[in-house]
Design a protein around this ligand. Structure first.
Ligand SMILES: Cc1cc2nc3c(=O)[nH]c(=O)nc-3n(C[C@H](O)[C@H](O)[C@H](O)COP(=O)(O)OP(=O)(O)OC[C@H]3O[C@@H](n4cnc5c(N)ncnc54)[C@H](O)[C@@H]3O)c2cc1C
Length: 398
């Protein structure tokens, strides 16, 4: 059987290698001069390739498509993924939050391992697939380097972010051509722009152990965040973005002291006010926040830094507490899709078989990886999705 795979990223390499080891003839088309350009930049160049957790926990980290993924993750779990790479000679290590990395800390070693796995795959570099035409039981591929004919075609072209790595969204076009619905594309795991003018003064500030929330804490994430030129980013902001990218959001709130409730915070402030009666309130702000934030906090809350502590009224003290626990930011928009870690949305799962990944609309056509309407949180889950969908597709392809 002659099989074409379009796109040599995480899912395309995995499916191609597996299919050849099962005795199939595979041609892998990659428009770049090399494979795995996006893989190379994953995990800040270290490639967090999976997350060592059980299937339920894995699925709880998948935002869109978790029910659909059950079969694939049962077929190729995160433990299977770990063993797969180790058996191919790649030493791995597990870090905080069960994140798995190559022991060398080099994403290039993950790519080399996948290339080794693909040693019998016919890889066509610098070859972009431009169109697919179905003729009876065959698929004709129109590429930048000529025409080819295949029995089956697997689309593994990725999402539409970080397009310089090659993922420009061609797979969505192909899907539409064959009658598939493509769910609206949205940036996920992405930074957020806010309207507040003061934000640029906080640029570069990074905070640990804070909470970001919205909709009365319906969505809330605790951990690390940072301020950018136009807004906010960092792990908890990226996580939040994936949950709210299809909702109209007005306000976001930061809790700078989530470990203290309002009462405890008030007691702390009362003690500090008492000990520093004759100092400027700026002294108290400096004790609460890093300098960049302390410098502008008084203006934001409307209680100027040069006010004496002993002049602060009870109402003003309560206002300070409110702003520490519930600091408002006006949502403007998400950063552009091209800067998102993953693309949310994609080929509708209703029209894809969750075991074989074959189109329900066109026999012999398959979709795997990020091109599907699936996305997950950070921690190695997105690559695990690419690998698990690839393995399930290859092992069930008849
Ligand atoms: C900065 C960054 C860091 C990330 N870090 C992590 C991480 O540490 N852990 C994690 O789990 N996830 C991470 N991700 C997400 C993860 O990289 C993706 O979810 C994953 O690579 C998707 O795999 P894929 O095979 O679907 O697509 P891709 O890996 O994007 O591969 C698609 C391939 O198809 C090729 N292609 C596209 N169109 C055509 C065409 N018409 N013809 C020929 N070839 C074509 C592209 O050139 C590309 O090589 C990160 C993403 C980014 C952007």
């Amino acid at each position: 059987m002659q099989i074409a795979v379009i796109g040599a990223g995480a899912s395309g390499l995995m499916v191609s290698g597996r299919l050849t080891s099962l005795g199939n003839e595979v041609t892998l088309f990659e428009k770049n001069e090399k494979v795995g350009k996006k893989l190379f930049i994953t995990g800040k160049g270290r490639c967090n390739l999976t997350n060592l957790c059980d299937n339920e926990e894995f699925l709880s980290n998948v935002i869109r498509g978790n029910k659909f993924l059950r079969s694939a993750i049962n077929h190729f779990s995160t433990y299977d993924c770990y063993s797969f790479f180790e058996e191919l000679g790649l030493n791995l290590k597990v870090e905080r939050g069960n994140r798995v990395f190559p022991f060398s800390d080099k994403s290039s070693d993950v790519i080399k391992t996948l290339e080794k796995f693909c040693k019998n795959v016919n890889i066509k570099y610098n070859t972009e697939v431009l169109d697919i035409i179905k003729k009876e039981n065959k698929f004709d591929l129109v590429t930048s380097n000529g025409f080819y004919s295949f029995d089956k075609v697997i689309v593994s072209t990725g999402g539409k972010s970080y397009s310089l790595t090659g993922s420009t969204g061609k797979g969505y076009e192909i899907a539409k051509k064959f009658g598939h619905e493509v769910i609206d594309l949205k940036p996920a795991l992405v930074a957020i722009e806010v309207k507040d003018d003061f934000i640029s003064k906080l640029q570069g500030l990074s905070l640990k152990n804070v909470e970001i929330s919205c909709f009365n804490r319906k969505f809330n994430f605790f951990g690390e965040m940072l301020f950018t030129d136009k807004g906010i980013s960092g792990p908890i902001v990226l996580s939040l973005s994936s949950y709210i990218n299809r909702i109209n959001v007005d306000d976001l709130f930061i809790d700078f002291k989530p470990a203290l409730d309002k009462k405890q915070l008030e007691q702390r402030l009362l003690r500090e006010f008492d000990e520093n009666k004759n100092k400027n309130i700026y002294y108290i702000y400096k004790g609460l926040f890093p300098s960049k934030l302390a410098d502008i906090f008084g203006d934001i809350v409307g209680i100027k830094s040069d006010r004496k502590v002993n002049s602060i009224t009870r109402v003003e003290r309560e206002k300070i507490i409110d702003y520490i626990k519930c600091f408002p930011l006006k949502f403007k928009k998400f950063y552009a899709l091209d800067t998102a870690i993953v693309t949310s949305g994609g080929v509708s799962l209703d029209e894809i078989n969750p075991k074989t990944f074959q189109s329900k609309l066109c026999d012999g056509l398959y979709f795997i990886g990020e091109v599907l309407d699936i996305d997950a949180l950070t921690g190695g889950f997105n690559l695990q999705i690419a690998f698990a969908t690839a393995m399930s597709c290859a092992d069930n392809l008849k």
